[in-house]
Write a protein that binds this ligand. Structure first.
Ligand SMILES: [Zn+2]
Length: 591
């Protein structure tokens, strides 16, 4: 990216913050709109100005560097950290904005190495995350706030990233564990049609305004607003076909980025979508893999991208010749782009299926031959030692075969198996031997249960086993991810809760013996994920010379009670040296 482009983006980003506040975008995180009044920066007029652009002082800044330093101040210039801890090389100048952290905890910008933010940015309607709702009144408050910032009559939607198990603040409350009803949604948003869908295909619920519209389309809605069978997917198809204009997709992209900044996720490695058929067999995870990036690229092109995006290409062909994968490998570029938006590898699928009769192993050979990275996902486990191989075993064998044909490719380009709820020590060691990596996901938090397997008797992933394996000499690399936005929330603090407690959303222990520490899971989400992106020299820690991404937290992540981990939010998010989210609780001067 040229210097000129960077300046353009900064200017546009400030313009965006005003627009987002005026549109009520910041209401998603519960902050007051309009408090952030960015001012022009003198450094743009005087590029030779030696002063830092931004200084944060009087904080507890966890750098997550190799020495695990905690410092009180940082200075940022031209999008990078220029001073971490006081060394008196940099002083506040006339062009410097200084933020007093008043003792607050700061961490590096969170990196999510496996999610689906591109799907979230292509949702029809005013998609409104409910991943931070714990009760029916929470849902009502979030929806009422959303309605206040959008046109009367506009659709309010929540498509995935949420589960009725999350409505569990008080287990004794009879409304716990269920979706809101039509009447409860009517009370919150009487003037806007609403649609809430769990997971990939429902169940779902709507309010009276939505019910009338859906029924006019022949879609069945019960008297309580509940929708089941294929009705949620028919409803979603109708919303996509009637609402998703190019302008609405761009607005949805900005909403998704704004939400990400509010929970501190500053970099996203997107893992694609199931290819849309434009029929009612499509679910929340379906989109057109060949066009869905366009609204994101437009937003970045207009200088309004406020979080970093890395793009994997998902290929799921059953044709043994995998012709689309072949063309992708010939005609696209891996790890190509700039610091804000860049391509990645092939994933989270390289072919349909993983069995020996599927194209999987042949696809792995093709990816290796082209010198690309492969990322695949595993959701399986063995029930007993004698049962059939689990998906991760077939995947790792496919990786081993590709690595035998093209020696060193797995280690060099850092191939990945993601989720791995049922992986065992034996297979961790086999993957580690060829230089493969693991992406760990807390998605079982929402709807996971304790499994009956005798081989892997934990809901997984086995965080403890994997982190301990990584601590050995030349140990396996692992990083943390959400797998949001259908089956799981994006909010990283929920995944950190799960990794450190083993408790699901209903507070049942489902991952016994596999808990890791807060320091460990935060390092998986920051420094380790810099490695995952192939950008460990640029991202993941607060160090001089690295890109200036950080999150100021609303409470001390290292000290709060377990349950309060779920309430952690950003009060100020910096990406590329720019304040991209501000809840309005910090004071600053200068600049
Ligand atoms: Zn995924």
């Amino acid at each position: 990216m040229t210097t000129d482009n960077r300046k353009d983006r900064r200017f546009s980003r400030r313009k965006f913050m005003k627009t987002a506040a005026a549109a009520g975008g910041t209401l998603l995180a519960g902050s007051a709109p309009g408090m952030w009044k960015p001012e022009s920066k003198k450094r743009h007029k005087r590029p030779s100005n030696p002063d830092p652009d931004l200084m944060l002082v009087n904080g507890r800044i966890h750098t997550m560097d190799a020495a695990n330093r905690i410092v009180s101040s940082v200075a940022i210039k031209d999008g990078r950290f220029v001073e971490v801890g006081y060394s008196h090389r940099y002083r506040e100048g006339s062009g410097t904005r200084v933020i007093d952290l008043r003792g607050r905890t700061v961490v590096p910008g969170i990196i999510d190495n496996h999610n689906h933010i591109v799907l979230m940015g292509n949702r029809p309607g005013y998609h409104t995350p409910l991943e931070n709702a714990y009760s029916i009144p929470d849902v009502q408050a979030i929806y009422a706030a959303r309605a206040a910032g959008i046109p009367r009559g506009a659709w309010i939607t929540t498509i995935g990233g949420f589960h009725s198990n999350h409505i569990y603040a008080n287990p004794a409350d009879p409304t716990s564990g269920r979706l809101p009803t039509r009447a409860e949604l009517d009370a919150a948003v009487p003037d806007n049609p609403a649609f809430i869908e769990i997971g990939f295909t429902g169940p779902a619920v709507t309010n009276s305004a939505g019910k009338a519209i859906f029924e006019s389309q022949g879609i069945t809605v019960s008297d309580t607003g509940a929708m089941s069978g294929n009705n949620p997917s028919r409803a979603l198809l109708y919303l996509r076909q009637t609402l998703l204009t190019p302008a609405e997709r761009r607005r949805s992209v900005i909403d998704a980025m704004n939400y990400a900044a509010s929970v501190g996720v500053t970099t996203h490695l997107d893992q694609g979508a199931f290819q849309a058929t434009n029929t009612a067999s499509d679910g929340a995870a379906h989109e057109d893999n060949f066009t869905m990036h366009i609204p994101f690229l437009e937003v970045y092109g207009q200088g309004e991208g406020i979080v970093r995006l890395r793009i994997n290409f998902l290929h799921m062909e059953s044709d043994p010749n995998t012709p689309e994968l072949v063309q992708r490998l010939k005609n696209a570029f891996p790890f190509f782009g700039d610091d804000m938006v860049r391509t990645g590898g092939i994933g989270e699928f390289i072919a349909q299926g993983t069995s020996v009769t599927s194209p999987f192993a042949a696809a792995a050979q093709k990816v290796a031959q082209a010198g690309w990275r492969a990322e695949v996902h595993s959701l399986g486990r063995r029930q007993t030692p004698s049962s059939n191989p689990a998906d991760f075993e077939l995947e790792i064998m496919g990786f081993e075969a590709a690595n035998a044909s093209f020696p060193g490719i797995v280690r060099e380009t850092r191939w990945v198996v993601a989720h791995v709820p049922g992986i065992t020590q034996e297979w961790i060691d086999r993957l580690q031997a060829i230089g493969g990596n693991l992406s760990l996901t807390g998605w079982q938090y929402l709807a996971g249960n304790l499994p009956t397997s005798t081989v892997a008797p934990y809901a997984g992933p086995p965080f403890r086993m994997i982190v301990d394996s990584g601590n050995r000499a030349d140990g396996i690399h692992s990083g943390m991810s959400s797998d949001g936005m259908q089956i799981a929330p994006m909010n990283p603090w929920l995944h950190m809760y799960y990794a450190t407690t083993g408790l699901n959303a209903r507070r049942v222990l489902i991952n016994p013996g596999q808990q890791i520490t807060r320091q460990e899971v935060l390092s998986l989400y920051t420094s380790h994920n810099g490695w995952f992106l192939h950008e460990e020299d640029q991202l993941g820690t607060i160090e001089e010379g690295k890109l200036a991404d950080l999150v100021v937290l609303n409470s001390d992540y290292f000290a709060v009670a377990d349950d309060d981990l779920k309430k952690i939010r950003s009060v100020l998010t910096v990406v590329d040296g720019e304040v991209v989210y501000n809840a309005g609780v910090l004071r600053w001067h200068g600049g």
